[in-house]
Design a binder for this molecule. Structure first.
Ligand code: 9UX
Length: 69
């Protein structure tokens, strides 16, 4: 089912960081959209919960060089 979740992303400091987090999350099969926000240190993700788990999202963020808390 399609789900929307906001995750806390640690370590974003500039718009390039934001773009890197978004691209890495969107690269996952089953993710529809990802919007990261520098002010709130979050990323809002729309995804198919049958295909993508919380740990998949955390891994994608880590691969981009950031951390989920
Ligand atoms: Mo911006 Mo982020 O220069 O790791 S890309 S701080």
């Amino acid at each position: 089912a399609t789900e929307e979740k906001t995750i806390n992303v640690v370590g974003m400091h500039c718009p390039s960081c934001v773009a890197a987090v978004e691209l890495s999350i969107k690269d996952l099969d089953g993710v529809e959209d990802a919007k990261a926000d520098l002010e709130t240190n979050t990323a809002k993700v729309t995804f198919d919960s049958d295909k993508v788990s919380d740990s998949d999202l955390a891994e994608a963020v880590q691969e981009a060089g950031f951390k989920v808390e």
